[in-house]
Design a protein around this ligand. Sequence first.
Ligand SMILES: Cc1cc2nc3c(=O)[nH]c(=O)nc-3n(C[C@H](O)[C@H](O)[C@H](O)COP(=O)(O)OP(=O)(O)OC[C@H]3O[C@@H](n4cnc5c(N)ncnc54)[C@H](O)[C@@H]3O)c2cc1C
Length: 336
Amino acid sequence: MAKGPGRTEGRTEGGRYDVLVVGAGTAGTYLAWRLAEQGYSVMVVERDARPDIGRRLDIFHLDSIRFAQFGVPEPDPDSDELLAVYSDGRAVSPDGRRAKLAEYGFHVMRLPLFLKRLHSLAEGAGAFIVDGCAVREPLIEGGSVVGVRAEKGGEGVEYRARLTVDASGTAAVLRTALPPSLGVETFRLGPEDVLYVVLRYIRWAHPRALRPRGLNLWPLHKVFCNPGYSDEEAILGVGQPGSYDRAEQALEEASAREREVVRDLEASDRSAAAGARAQGIRGIAEEARRLARQEVPRIAAGLPAEAGMIAHFFVFFLVPSGWAAWVAARRAIGTR
Ligand SMILES: Cc1cc2nc3c(=O)[nH]c(=O)nc-3n(C[C@H](O)[C@H](O)[C@H](O)COP(=O)(O)OP(=O)(O)OC[C@H]3O[C@@H](n4cnc5c(N)ncnc54)[C@H](O)[C@@H]3O)c2cc1C
């Protein structure tokens, strides 16, 4: 098979590729980009239509060091993709009394636009992305996975490749459908294995009041208050295994706990720093209570439950997942 970046452009959807990647999220797209750069012919099949990819989670936060680490170009500072760059973040202890400063910068970005740029990089390297195409099952011949069966525009289609990669996130559409004879884990994630995350994109009622700045995580509550579209906005979130109802309940409990912390702080410490912190905590708790009464969009989280126990769980996820997939795929099809 001829090799060289760009050689897959113009291929028909029925062709046989070196690598077929299911899912054009961060992991699948990063993998496709890197493999196409290496000269492999790569096809990516994505269920969502292009403009919807990544919209499930609009704003995300990424460690600034990851761009250099994974060779991803930084976003243009004037683009809509980049909202802000912060120099540090904090993990707050469950009782709210201590905060550990993490002195690394992080970018606040819009996932659909970041993905759009990654898609361009992958396509520029020669990968072929098909959107609006839902993969249904692996295609198995002679005891090996040789591609997938999918549905596009109401029609059944088949795609074939030397290596098929499941990058469909927690849906794990291929892995869970493999026959036991292949020796691959086929378990499905149950409600207790994932975090159900309730996110609230808020505008502060009192934008100039003092409050914790940057990334703020209350690890054991799995509650976070992170930068939103501007300094006057924020994202309040809470994740719990089991159900959305549990997440809602945890948000209420965390708010109540924060009310106690504010009371204790005010009673025990009259210093300006304690006052400022109390005001910040109260601001978050008030917003959480106010918003708890509103109807808000909810996002199903595909995070392993234990990930929530790690203070900075989400900033490490996006690019490293693509990196890990890339390393595994190169091992499987041989490095060049
Ligand atoms: C509430 C929340 C907040 C988060 N915040 C951050 C953050 O700030 N920073 C960060 O780095 N990470 C964050 N994460 C984690 C991050 O979203 C995930 O780690 C990351 O999306 C995983 O990437 P992925 O490509 O493996 O999977 P996904 O992003 O889930 O991508 C999978 C893709 O596969 C497609 N797909 C699924 N089924 C099929 C099918 N049958 N056929 C074809 N295509 C299919 C999907 O449409 C999707 O595009 C957050 C997660 C949640 C839930």
